[in-house]
Design a protein around this ligand. Structure first.
Ligand code: UD1
Ligand code: CA
Length: 444
């Protein structure tokens, strides 16, 4: 049967106190909405509709870039009203629909699949979890596993509030039936809103039973505030770390490592404490990332060693067995196999061959205030400490650059280039200097 998803994202998200729409806040480097769309796709939804507010341009652009359709909810009259707005896209859709909230970054495809399966057997399904939190609507069960009704916490009486079964905000139904029920919703509640949670009661009037599927609280949390966003990030990090460890990644202190949703760490990669991964990092087997390093948009090949305190920026490839040491920053550069840049260097827009040695304090001067220029360093080249390579510039294979040089012209292969001023010695100068200074002090 065809499957569609409706993701509600038209709310103001006022509790976030942010100019940015709630569902565009990041969890593990991906907007909350991105996680929800990915879950829907993972559960086999061929059409995904994101319901947005009229001024939700940013949300619509993002949803469309992810291959989702969009619908507009003109006025924020509640979750049930928002779901109804997806009718513009799904009016003729024949199949199952799952309606869910756009603020659930931890939702898993498996939970959506379970709701589809339960829908097939009993006509309708919602997902619930056990929690004492007052943030959620209460799920009142008639005869297990069937639902009697959902009561919003603020509309619930004392006995209903004591129920610890909570509404996750995932509802699976036959699409045609769903939109018929949604059209019949009323706003007679504390909030004067059309609640999605009143749909099961309308289904019941047609004799359709709603099955309650149980899920974990940690997977179902909705993000309404900054504190809940931080909590979701914590949960997501736990999940990503556990997956890395299960995949054979070595981590000394996993609780201190921050991963991105798309971090790829191969088995037998070794990650030290306090390493932070931005988006699009791939660390190959046998490579080691030492403590306090920050990586983003970089690929680290087998047996390379990065850090401690290294920074890899987008467009970087560190070759096999290469060493990038402390306080070395690499941006948009390819570093050859076995090449070493062990201390205090900046390599930007550079191509460094295999087996080169980059001395401490080497800087590629890649920017002239207007444009970026490239530096090419050949295989086996030796760049002495404190060299400034003024790009565009090329150092040939096997060439030597003397320490302290400012290189502005091409250095041929196997040549030596030195640009520093010649050294002079003045014999006895220091002794005379000290005598003069001491005599001056004695006078005062
Ligand atoms: C909702 C549920 C509650 C459930 C909880 C789970 C209702 C009435 N309540 O409460 O039972 O336990 O989620 O996290 O459904 N939205 C719109 N248009 C609107 C209003 C909301 O698109 O007019 C969207 C929001 O952008 C959000 C989602 O619907 O993504 C849920 O709205 P929210 O205000 O967060 O609902 P809760 O109070 O958390
Ligand atoms: Ca919510």
């Amino acid at each position: 049967m065809a499957r569609a998803a409706v993701i509600l994202a038209a709310g103001m998200g006022t509790r976030m106190k942010s100019a940015r729409p709630k569902v565009m806040h990041m969890v593990a480097g991906l907007p909350i909405l991105g996680h929800v769309i990915a879950a829907a796709r993972g559960a086999g939804c061929s059409v995904i509709v994101v319901v947005t507010a009229p001024d939700g341009d940013e949300v619509r652009a993002y949803a469309q870039a992810q291959g989702a359709e969009t619908a507009i909810q003109d006025r924020q009259l509640g979750t049930g009203h928002a779901a109804r707005c997806a009718h513009t896209v799904l009016g003729t859709f024949d199949g199952q629909v799952v309606v869910m909230y756009g603020d659930m970054p931890l939702v898993l495809p498996g939970t959506l699949e379970a709701s589809f399966a339960a829908q097939e057997t009993s006509g309708m399904a919602i997902v619930a979890f056990r929690s004492a939190s007052t943030a959620y609507g209460r799920v009142i069960v008639a005869h297990e596993p069937f639902l009697d009704r959902i009561v919003e916490y603020r509309d619930a009486n004392e006995a209903e509030r004591r129920v610890d079964l909570c509404n996750a905000g995932i509802m699976a139904a036959d699409a045609k039936s769903f939109f018929r029920w949604a059209a019949g919703l009323k706003d007679g509640n504390a909030q004067k809103e059309f609640y999605l949670t009143d749909i099961p009661a309308l289904a019941k009037e047609e004799g359709v039973r709603c099955c309650v599927v149980l899920a974990q609280e940690s997977d179902m949390m909705g993000v309404n505030s900054r504190a809940e966003l931080a909590e979701a990030e914590r949960e997501m990090q736990k999940r990503l770390r556990a997956a890395a460890l299960a995949g054979g990644v070595g981590m000394t202190a996993p609780e201190t490592v921050y991963l991105s949703h798309d971090t790829v760490l191969e088995a037998d990669a070794q990650i030290g404490p306090y390493v932070v991964f931005g988006s699009a990092v791939h660390v190959r087997s046998g490579a080691e990332i030492k403590a306090f390093s920050h990586l983003e948009g970089a690929e680290v090949m087998r047996d390379a060693v990065v850090g401690p305190h290294a920074r890899l920026r987008p467009g970087t490839v560190i070759g096999e067995g290469a060493h990038i040491g402390n306080f070395v920053e690499v941006k948009n550069s390819r570093i050859g196999n076995g090449t070493k840049a062990n201390h205090l260097a900046y390599l930007g827009d550079a191509e460094v061959g295999d087996g080169a040695n980059i001395g401490a304090g080497t800087i590629t001067c890649n920017y002239d205030g207007f444009d970026k220029h490239r530096t090419t360093i050949g295989a086996g080249a030796f760049i002495g400490s404190d060299t400034a390579l003024v790009a565009p510039v090329t150092v040939g294979d096997g060439a030597y650059v003397g320490a302290g040089s400012v290189i502005t012209k091409p250095v041929p292969a196997d040549a030596l280039a030195v640009t520093r001023a010649e050294q002079k010695e003045v014999a006895g100068w220091a002794e005379k200097f000290r005598t003069r200074k001491k005599a001056g002090k004695a006078k005062k």
